[in-house]
Design a protein around this ligand. Sequence first.
Ligand SMILES: Nc1ncnc2c1ncn2[C@@H]1O[C@H](COP(=O)(O)OP(=O)(O)OP(=O)(O)O)[C@@H](O)[C@H]1O
Ligand SMILES: [Zn+2]
Length: 635
Amino acid sequence: MPDRSDYAIQTLGNDTYSKLKQSRVLMVGAGGIGCELLKNLVLLGLGEIHVVDLDTVDLSNLNRQFLFSREHIKQPKAVVAAQTASKFNPSVKIVPHFSDIKNTTLFPLNWFRSFDVVYNALDNKDARTYVNRMCLVTNTPLIESGTAGYLGQTQVIINGKTECYDCRPKPTPKSFAVCTIRSTPSQPVHTVVWAKNFLYAQLFDVSDEDHSDVIDETTNEENAEEVANLNKEANELKELHAGLLEDDFAKKVFEKVFTTDIERLVSIDSMWKMRKPPTPLFYDKLFEEITKEEKDIKSLAEKALKADQNNWTIAEAFAVYKDATDRLQKRIKDNDGKPISFDKDDEDTLDFVVATAQLRSYIFHIQTKSKFAFKQIAGNIIPAIATTNAVIAGLSVLQSIKIISALDYSDRSHKSLDVITDKVLNGVSTVFLSAEPTAVFSLERTTSPEPECIACSVSRAIISIDLNKTVLRDIVETLLDKNWSYSPEVSMVTSDLIYDPDFDDNLDRTLADLGVKPSGSITVMDEADEHDDEEGSRANVELYFLQADDVDSQEILKGFPKITFHKKVVEKEKTTEEQVAGTKRKLEDDDSGNVAKKIKSVNQKDDGVIEIDLSDDDNDGIIEIEDDEVVVLDD
Ligand SMILES: Nc1ncnc2c1ncn2[C@@H]1O[C@H](COP(=O)(O)OP(=O)(O)OP(=O)(O)O)[C@@H](O)[C@H]1O
Ligand SMILES: [Zn+2]
């Protein structure tokens, strides 16, 4: 009887297939790409697959994350994905982990080191950067992938051989000038940023004080007054927040932000010479109008919420505002005043943000949008396309087969990447998927690490010693000075500075006492210009530590092999072309809210301003790139 592996063996050959069967791989993220990827890996017949995801199944996942169904809502994604996928091929061992990948207690360095390949199926920059670094530290090949709408890409990352996730700068999240948000909103997105990052954050999520990531609060002469005003208004909101549990809370907030603040703005004549002044709204008047028509607020709100594809009238937006505020108030009251963070999938928070953004749109004569459309903006949602995820997951697996077939499985503890030769690398490419009819796929050869990359430019070592017995002096004198011929001119940091030539107080403290945990690291920064026969400063070295009991730590440090020290790169100014190339290449995908856009054309004008024509018409505008920051100027 034919075996299920026959076809795979025929296509891949015995050698590769047997390596796949022995492989131990890690998949981070069990969402849209993750579900597709896990299915592929299981059907391929890999040996052992670890799946990490920190989230639970949400109703909105079910349209594309096909390993989940209705009965799994609220259950850990990693666990359910493992259960469902193991039925496809019971011979594969799947180990789920319901946790954040950044948890170093659950996932220490030697755990990362135990995998042959890691697959990223994540949705945010932070976790991607972390896994990228762990893979560089532990010499583990990483297959990095991402999708946004119809766009997608997959990339093979090999420490020291290819560029890494951080080699090319990612586009800076789009931020908005404070005056646009506070005083002169002109697009629906401006009212949403105000409603979500300013109003909502100040009223219900006081823990979330930092709205600076989207509202650009850098002060200069022109906006100093605006920033001061914004802060003053925020303080007034804080005072209102103190009355959060009182009955007239909704009325007081409304009268401040939609009446008094607007009247104050209108009174600044100079602002409205070229623009139509905003129109304040009045709580009592609206309340009276609605109730006079014999409608109660709650049923009007319910009616509006059912019609989430329609633009609400002022009265409907008012009713939803009142209703959502009541709901949030009640939840906070029931929860001993615990703040509630905004989440696009939390209807109470979403309704408040949509209603207040709608009301502000009416006030500033901006075209209003439906709840559905506002939700996309507030959650920075680009529709996820199941097929894009499937194609990218398929390509990721194809790339990884080439890497696995080159790995040396005779000595898996050694983890040398020397076997990934140029010949192997020539066979893999970074693949881009686009919606262009002429070039659905485009391939790019892997390139060498970028010498200035913050992740690639450092050298690293993993040292197993007894953290409770080794003192900082052992590192400075035995490892750095005697063994690696550093001069005394070094600084060392963990999350704090622990040593520099003028600060030697910690020399006799143990590493454990200095807060270095197993899998933790110390960064060594060279301040000298030369070493023995080397010229120039060495680039930073990250020393990672694993706890080893009963070892002679001194002996280990004395004999620890000399690593390859990179040279410190003197920062060179990037040409605008390089910046544009960096900007153009990567998909934006991070959680701080970017929308992937395709660039139609790039034009540099005489004054250095670069005009980028984006395929998304709503967002056409002038983008100026200065100091690596992308600034979107008004259309
Ligand atoms: N630090 C992390 N550790 C573990 N898993 C993570 C981490 N960050 C993100 N993830 C997981 O990565 C997956 C990414 O999947 P996907 O892009 O499909 O997002 P989603 O949250 O499932 O869907 P959507 O954002 O579209 O509602 C999610 O399941 C998310 O929980
Ligand atoms: Zn890099």
